[in-house]
Design a protein around this ligand. Structure first.
Ligand code: HPA
Length: 272
């Protein structure tokens, strides 16, 4: 992926839609319903966008949606790219680079994750306050794209503290039980063994999933403030691990979706 390709994708999108998004939103597995609350201006399938990878997982529909959420201009990725689908990390993070050129000032991310903290319950929401990257490939390896950021970006505070604090305010006002913790990213696509879940807990994680961290690393290199939320779709602490299917993950995500939607809709209003 080159700067020219990112520019080309962005120019194409600007030619299709004159809305300048303030917030970029990436929706995770089973979490597409936020789109129903958007006053849509333009829907662009990924396959129409130059150099955009094309989503292959059937739970992700693969569209870029421009419109207004709570009156704020946003661009939403309905469907994201995962390393386990066979994309490299530059492809996985390409849309975040493009969203930067479109003008986003904030990035909001959601995902489905396994709960490692023994206190967590299915369909809990967890705002991410830090992460551990266990995915093999880093999106910033190779020649640095100097137009987008520095070679060695700081990662001491990847998740914006102000946004986390606002999220707690909103959750308190709506009696949403918002947890807060550390997300660990793994390559997938298999779920973890019991021994692996135990290990991930020991190294300091509260939730585990197969996404988000690459996009966050790239956003932070570009100095975009990030807000990210995990929906806990299965329980992974000792004694709670059981066989799960993608259908169960999606059902648990769907149950949490109204609260997640409320949170994101209100947070979008509060940023400027
Ligand atoms: N592990 C990894 N990724 C996940 C899980 C899990 O238990 N649940 C949802 N995504």
């Amino acid at each position: 992926m080159t700067s020219a390709q990112i520019q080309e994708a962005s120019n194409f999108l600007k030619s299709k839609c004159d809305l300048v998004p303030e917030v970029g939103i990436i929706l995770g597995t089973g979490l597409g319903a936020l789109v129903n609350d958007i006053e849509i201006q333009e829907i662009i399938p990924y396959e129409k966008i130059p150099h955009f990878p094309v989503s292959t997982v059937e739970t992700h529909s693969g569209k870029l949606i421009f419109g207004k959420l709570s009156g704020k201009p946003v661009v939403v990725m309905q469907g994201r790219f995962h390393y386990y689908e066979g994309y490299n990390m530059k492809e996985v993070t390409f849309p975040v680079r493009v969203m930067k050129l479109l003008g986003i000032k904030y990035l909001f991310v959601s995902n489905a994750a396994g709960g490692l903290d023994p206190e967590y319950e299915t369909s809990d929401l967890m705002v991410i306050n830090d992460h551990i990257n266990l995915q093999y490939e880093n999106p910033l390896t190779g020649p640095n794209l100097d137009d987008f950021g520095v070679r060695f970006p700081d990662m001491s505070e990847p998740y914006d503290l102000e946004l986390i604090s606002l999220a707690h305010e909103i959750s308190n006002a709506h009696q949403i039980n918002l947890k807060e913790g550390v997300y660990v990213s793994v390559p997938g696509p298999n779920l973890e063994t019991k021994a692996e879940y135990k290990y991930l807990r020991i190294i300091g994680a509260d939730a585990v999933g197969m996404s988000t961290v690459p996009e966050v690393i790239v956003a932070r290199q570009m100095e975009i403030p990030v807000f990210a939320v995990s929906v806990i779709t299965d329980l992974c602490s000792p004694g709670k691990v059981k066989k799960i299917t993608i259908q169960e993950v999606i059902a648990a995500a769907a149950k949490a979706e109204p609260n997640l939607t409320k949170l994101i809709k209100e947070l979008v209003v509060k940023v400027n």
